[in-house]
Design a protein around this ligand. Structure first.
Ligand code: GLU
Length: 321
């Protein structure tokens, strides 16, 4: 039987570093009406050229020393969170290792949830002072921009198109997109999947990348990668393509699947934050700086991804101002 460790080691090759779950509203409340494969869905996003108008890794520089937990400066967004008494984190509940529901405790946990808890710790002095809202990928930018959540940590790629809607923190993880196929498949990557149906979550960067692949597969959008796994197991789609991090979690749930490919993209993860209160982005980046330097990032990696081997160096922070 394949162990979790073996699945992880076999599946996840990191790209070189270039540089109180209170709310239980599940994504099923918000699933889009399309449930089956649809070739029409691929066309509009596939036609959009990648937006290279910025360095998406570059965030807002921290300003000054971090205020002590529970002593947020008056008039700041952090003070608002302090007065409310908890941080509202938007994330998934089905991304094993990054944010998924523990079947024994019911709590949503993982690398991304810990990123949110570390911000709660910095603002409120308690990593448990957090409420989680489960959101579909397609709504990640919107829930940040409209103030439904304070921050999203949800395997979310920082890119230039998304920077137009929200801020991103500095990069906290470097992932890359690969493909999940049947264990009996001869395919070695997306280049061998021309004409095949490949599933990705609606609103994900992977969905766009599948539509743009030279081999011309058919991109199929479903609401979540959990839905893609069900469609894959029912033979409604031939493959799933997403970040290696997410595929590791999917392959651990399907002994008849394997991950293939060179990575077809770089997916640097940042936490999304509203650009209406940029002081919060600077604060979050100061917390990330501290946690890279004091070993917290390394411990978080070891806790969730330790089966992959020793923790790499965390992604270096880059700033735009
Ligand atoms: N990192 C991706 C994103 O932010 C999520 C996974 C995917 O694209 O498949 O859209």
């Amino acid at each position: 039987m394949r162990t979790r460790a073996a699945a992880l080691v076999a599946a996840l090759t990191l790209l070189a570093v270039t540089a109180c779950s209170g709310d239980t509203s599940g994504p099923s409340d918000r699933v889009r009406p399309e449930t089956g494969p649809s070739t029409e869905q691929a066309a509009p996003e596939a036609a959009a050229p990648a937006d290279t108008s910025c360095n998406p890794r570059a965030s807002r520089r921290p300003s000054g020393a971090l205020p002590a937990a529970g002593k947020m400066p008056a008039g700041t967004y952090m003070r608002k969170i302090q007065e409310r008494g908890y941080l509202i984190l938007g994330t998934s509940q089905d991304t094993l290792l990054f944010s998924s529901r523990n079947p024994f405790t019911g709590a949503i946990e993982g690398f991304d949830v810990d990123m949110g808890r570390q911000i709660a710790q910095a603002v409120l002095g308690d990593p448990g002072k957090i409420r989680i809202k489960v959101i579909p990928y397609a709504d990640r930018s919107e829930v940040v921009a409209d103030g439904t959540v304070d921050i999203v940590a949800d395997t979310m790629t920082a890119n230039c198109a998304r920077w137009k809607d929200t801020d991103f923190s500095s990069i906290y993880y470097d992932a890359g997109q690969k493909v999940l196929v049947k264990s009996t498949s001869d395919a070695r990557g997306i280049d061998d999947l021309g004409g095949k149906k490949i599933c990705a979550a609606e609103g994900s960067t992977s969905y766009t990348n599948i539509g743009a692949a030279a081999s011309k597969p058919t991109a199929v959008a479903l609401a979540t990668f959990g839905d893609c796994l069900v469609a894959f197991q029912r033979n409604e789609v031939d493959a799933i393509s997403t970040d290696d991090t997410i595929l590791v979690g999917l392959s651990a749930q399907d002994p008849y699947a394997k991950i293939v490919g060179p990575a077809l993209s770089k997916e640097p993860y940042g936490m999304a934050i509203s650009n209406a209160h940029q002081e919060f982005t600077r604060f979050v980046n100061a917390v990330l700086e501290k946690n890279r330097a004091n070993g917290t990032w390394k411990k978080t990696y070891e806790r969730w991804l330790g089966d992959l081997g020793p923790a790499p160096a965390p992604p270096a922070a880059e700033y735009r101002d």
